[in-house]
Design a protein around this ligand. Structure first.
Ligand code: AHR
Length: 620
C-alpha cells in the first residue's frame, strides 16, 4: 500500500463531508431522541372527532367508578381535544372508589425510564367546576409501587378555567418500566390536557435524551439533514411534516400522524428543535422541505405558490431578524439569534414524479430571490441539472446488498468533474446479510465511504440512513443506533462512522494498493489535526471485506516531516465473523479496539485481519 503524502497531490476535503441524516422513523424522535416521556400528551392522536381513541392512555377503574372520554373543550385552538373524566365513585357517593383511586395512566413509549434522584418536570392543564384532588404519580408498570407523587387540590372555583400546573417529581428508586398515573377519589368531572413529563437533565437543556444525543455528538457530524425521508413527504400530504405546525409553545402544536412509518407524533421535536439540535451538535442544518409531494399525492405546479411561500417563511423562521414575522416567533421560543441554515433540499427523492421539476423551479427561484446564499439541493441526478434547471447540489440515495455496496467504492470514479456536487444523504446496506446491523454491512459501507473520500472533489457530503431505531418499533433494519427506554448501543456501522469523523475538512492523499489474487480490500489516507492537542496525524484506513488475513507493506512518500516513532495508534473494527451484530446483551461485540503502533515509520509491515476495518493513525 503506497501513500503519496506530498503537498503536490494533496487535496482538501469538503468541510461538511460527513454528517448525519435524522428521520422520524422507528420512533427515532417521539419515544427516542426527544426525551418527552408521555405519548399522546394532548389526546389528539385519536383524531379531531370526539369521542376518540386515547391510546396509549389506559383507564384505571371500571364503568361504575369512572367514565373517560374526549371532547373538544381544550383551551388550545389548534389541538382542541381534551380528556374528560367523570368520577362516579368517591367521597360524596355511596359508591366507594377502589383504593388508590380511579383515573388514567400513560405507559409512555414502552415504559418510562425513571431514575433515582433525577428530577422530572411534570406539566398538565386542568379544568373542573368541582372540587379537585388529583394525585399525579410515577409508578411501577402495574401501578402498585409509587416512585414519586404529588397531589393537586382545589376548591370548586379554583379550576373553572383551564389552569396549567407545573412541578417536579423526584424518584427514590430506579425503574425502567414506569408509568404516569393521574388518579382521584373525588366525585365530579375533571378535564385534562397537555400532560407532559420531561427529565430535567436533557442534552444541553434542550429536550434531547442525553445518552442518544451524546452518541450523535461523538460522531462529530458536520451537518444534520432532517426531518426525512419519507417522513418529510408522508403517505398523504395532510400527514407530511408541515414545519409551521411544529413551532411555537409545545402545548399549542397539533401533532400529526406519521403515516410514512405508522405512528403518531406530538411534534415535540419540531422544526425549531431540529435547528437547535444542529446547533448543539455544531452541525449545519440541511432542511428537507415538503415540496408538494407525498408518496401518493402531488400538488400541481399551477397551485404550488402557497407551499413555496410557506417554505420561504420557514427559512425566515430560521434566519430572519427578530423584527420579521417568523423570526419573532423563533425569538419568542428563546432563540433571538438566527440559526445558520445554509442548505435546503427540495423534496426527498421524488424526481420521477410528474410535477417535481416544475415545482422545483418555483422553489428554487423564490428561495434564491430571498436568500441567494442558500445551497439548494435537487432530488434529480447530475445529468438533469443545467443552466435552465440549476442546483447547487444533487441528492443521491444508495441502498444495496453488502457485495453491491462494496463494489460501489468506485461509484463516483467516472463522474464528470465539473457541475454540481453530490450529497449522498442516504446510504445503507440492506437485505439478508445486513441483518439488524452486521459487521459485513459496516465493512461494505466503509468501502463505499473510502470511495467517497477518493471522490470528494465531486461528492460534498454524505450521511447514512436510518440513524436510530427504538427496538420496540422496528420499521426498518439495519439502523446505526439501537435503543429502548433506558439502554442503547451502536451497531457496527455506527462504530465504523467513527473512523471517518476526522475526514471532514482534512487533507486527502492518493493511495495505491496491490494485493495479489485478492480484490477484497480498499484503502484511503488523510492527514488531519487533532483539535485537542493540535498534533497532526496521517490516518490510513484499510477495509478488508474478505476472509483472508493480509500482510501489507505500507510505504509513505512525500511527507515534509517524518513519522514519529512513538505516539501512533491503530484502531481495528472486527469480531472476525461477518454476520456478527451487537445487542443490548453484547453492546460491544463489534466495536473498535485501540492499540499503540510501536516503531511507526514510513515503511512498515502490518497485518490486516479478515473482515476488518483498520485505521493507522501515524503521528507526524
Ligand atoms: O431511510 C429509510 C427510507 O429510505 C427513507 O425514508 C426514504 O427516503 C428512503 O427510501
Amino acid at each position: 500500500l503506497s501513500v503519496d503524502a506530498s503537498p503536490q497531490t494533496a487535496r482538501k476535503m469538503p468541510d461538511k463531508m460527513f454528517g448525519i441524516f435524522f428521520e422520524e422513523i422507528n420512533h427515532a424522535g417521539a419515544g427516542g431522541l426527544w426525551a418527552e416521556l408521555v405519548s399522546n400528551r394532548g389526546f389528539e392522536a385519536g383524531g379531531p372527532n370526539t369521542p376518540s381513541n386515547i391510546e396509549p392512555w389506559f383507564i384505571i377503574g371500571n364503568e361504575s367508578s369512572i367514565i373517560v372520554g374526549t371532547d373538544r373543550t381544550s383551551c388550545f385552538e389548534r389541538n382542541p381535544v381534551a380528556l374528560r373524566m367523570e368520577v362516579l365513585c368517591g367521597s360524596k357517593g355511596t359508591n366507594v372508589c377502589p383504593s388508590g383511586g380511579v383515573g388514567v395512566y400513560n405507559p409512555g413509549y414502552w415504559g418510562m425510564n425513571i431514575e433515582r434522584r433525577k428530577g422530572y418536570k411534570v406539566s398538565l392543564h386542568i379544568r373542573s367546576s368541582d372540587a379537585v384532588s388529583l394525585t399525579i404519580s410515577l409508578t411501577s408498570s402495574d401501578g402498585l409501587h409509587k416512585l414519586a407523587s404529588r397531589t393537586i387540590t382545589g376548591g370548586k372555583k379554583q379550576f373553572t378555567n383551564w389552569t396549567k400546573i407545573q412541578f417536579r417529581l423526584y424518584s427514590s428508586q430506579n425503574n425502567t418500566n414506569s408509568r404516569l398515573q393521574i388518579t382521584t377519589t373525588k366525585t365530579g368531572v375533571v378535564w385534562l390536557d397537555q400532560v407532559s413529563v420531561m427529565p430535567s437533565d436533557t442534552y444541553m437543556g434542550h429536550g434531547f435524551r442525553k445518552d442518544l444525543a451524546s452518541m450523535l455528538a461523538n460522531l462529530k457530524p458536520q451537518f444534520l439533514k432532517f426531518p426525512g425521508g419519507n417522513y418529510a413527504m408522508g403517505q398523504y400530504l395532510r400527514n407530511a411534516f408541515h414545519w409551521g405546525e411544529t413551532v411555537g409553545p409545545w402545548e399549542e402544536r397539533p401533532g400529526h400522524v406519521n403515516d410514512a412509518w405508522g405512528y403518531w407524533t406530538d411534534d415535540g421535536l419540531g422544526f425549531f428543535e431540529f435547528l437547535q439540535l444542529a446547533e448543539d451538535l455544531g452541525a449545519s442544518p440541511v432542511w428537507v422541505v415538503n415540496d408538494g409531494a407525498s408518496i401518493n399525492e402531488e400538488v400541481p405546479t399551477a397551485i404550488i405558490a402557497s407551499l413555496v411561500k410557506d417554505v420561504v417563511d420557514g427559512i425566515e423562521f430560521a434566519r430572519g431578524g427578530v423584527n420579521t414575522t417568523w423570526g419573532s416567533v423563533r425569538a419568542a421560543m428563546g432563540h433571538p439569534q438566527p440559526f445558520k441554515l445554509d442548505y435546503v433540499s427540495i423534496g426527498n427523492q421524488e424526481c420521477w414524479m410528474l410535477y417535481y421539476r416544475g415545482n422545483y423551479q418555483k422553489f428554487y427561484s423564490a428561495i434564491k430571490a430571498a436568500y441567494p446564499d442558500i445551497n439548494i439541493i435537487s432530488s434529480c441526478d447530475k445529468s438533469t441539472i443545467s443552466a435552465s434547471n440549476p442546483a447547487d447540489l444533487y441528492d443521491v440515495h444508495v441502498y444495496a446488498s453488502s457485495a453491491n455496496m462494496f463494489s460501489r467504492t468506485s461509484m463516483f470514479d467516472n463522474t464528470p468533474r465539473s457541475g454540481p456536487k453530490a450529497i449522498v444523504s442516504e446510504y445503507a446496506v440492506t437485505g439478508n446479510d445486513a441483518g439488524k446491523g452486521t459487521l459485513v454491512a459496516a465493512l461494505a459501507e466503509a468501502a463505499f465511504l473510502v470511495g467517497l473520500e477518493k471522490n470528494s472533489d465531486v461528492v460534498e457530503m454524505a450521511s447514512c440512513a436510518p440513524l436510530f431505531v427504538n427496538d420496540n418499533d422496528r420499521k426498518w433494519s439495519p439502523d446505526a443506533i439501537v435503543f429502548n427506554s433506558w439502554q442503547h448501543y451502536g451497531c457496527p456501522n455506527y462504530w465504523m462512522l467513527h473512523f471517518f469523523k476526522d475526514s471532514s475538512g482534512a487533507t486527502f492523499h492518493p493511495t495505491t494498493m496491490q494485493v495479489s489474487n485478492y480484490d477484497q480490500m480498499v484503502a484511503s489516507a488523510i492527514t488531519w489535526q487533532s483539535p485537542k492537542d493540535k498534533s497532526t496525524y496521517l490516518k490510513i484506513k484499510v477495509v478488508n471485506f474478505g476472509s483472508k488475513a493480509v500482510d501489507l507493506n505500507i510505504t509513505v512518500t512525500g511527507l515534509e516531516s517524518g513519522i514519529k516513532s512513538s505516539g501512533s495508534k491503530k484502531t481495528v473494527l472486527t469480531s472476525g465473523a461477518p454476520l456478527d451484530e451487537n445487542s443490548f446483551e453484547q453492546p460491544e461485540k463489534v466495536a473498535p479496539v485501540l492499540s499503540p503502533v510501536a516503531d511507526a515509520k514510513q515503511q512498515m509491515g502490518v497485518s490486516v485481519s479478515p473482515y476488518s476495518l483498520t485505521s493507522f493513525d501515524l503521528l507526524l
